[in-house]
Ligand binder design. Sequence first.
Ligand SMILES: [Zn+2]
Length: 355
Amino acid sequence: MQKKVLRTLILVGLLGFCACGKAEDGKDAGATKAPVEMENPSDEISPTDAPEATATPEPTPLPADETAPELTLLGDATMKVVARTEFVDPGFTAVDDRDGDVAAQVQVSGEVNVNWCDTYTLTYTVSDAAGNVSTVERVVEVAQPETVVPEGKVIYMTFDDGPGDNTRELLKILDKYQVKVTFFVCANGVEYLYPEIKAGGHTLGAHCGTHNYDVVYASDEAYFKDLETIMNAIYEKTGEYTTLLRFPGGSSNKVSKICPGIMTRITEKVTKMGYQYFDWHVDSGDSSTKDTAEILEIMKREVQKRNCSIVLQHPEHRDFSLAAVEDFIVWALDNGYTFLPLDPTSPNAHHRVNN
Ligand SMILES: [Zn+2]
């Protein structure tokens, strides 16, 4: 009974001070003894009985931060990108248990060159304020597109060395039968009809800047300078690049022997650069004969040897070759063939490289 009275007195005294915060003399209330008369000074107050308001709260120190931010890739950790198409990094999230969203601090090292087929690694790193570091990697493979083999009997007509005097007439014939083909064009100074060719739904491929073999195959550098000329010409006239190309004389040509080994090197290099080079299964023969009937017979006979044929013709400068085009289209359509334009996924017809 005596203890209970004592405790009540202490509480009342303390609350009186705490309510005003400071004693009248300006001294800190917490440092001032409460005016309590204790009937029995030896009656100690246990720690659990003491009012907490008298203690200045000490901030509890957090345990050391040993947790790194959680760094998470968006998208796949292993990606495949078709060469010469855009690579867009899908991004990441980075959250730290103490610092919150730290995505803005993420550093990305490494690069992806879509113009060179290879495997690239991107490394993402982020640290929190305490210096805990998180690292993740993304592997990006830049590669040629997968080949898609078309169903049924297919003919890929390819016309080289244009545009020329017959190009408009040729486009009319193709349009009449709604046949789509591929033009491997030159930048030969004659009227550029690249936009008209594209407008017809045909594929534009790069052949060469100049068809002078001694110039094109003088050196590796000379070849790539010529390739750049025709690629840029196509881009300037159409607003789009092409990845399709055909070597002057084809990849099996021997006219390039002036530069030993050049075809071995440049066929490999253009492929690594993400271009697709196309040779042919069927040579119409229009470089060795001027006989229209013979050209027609060669094409009819040779395309029957496989389901899918790439046919080479040069009708844009050669009237005798142009004269075979319509009859061949009519025959092929009557015999269940479909004409398709080449695209980067088309099956190619690589010849054996001889130099
Ligand atoms: Zn040619």
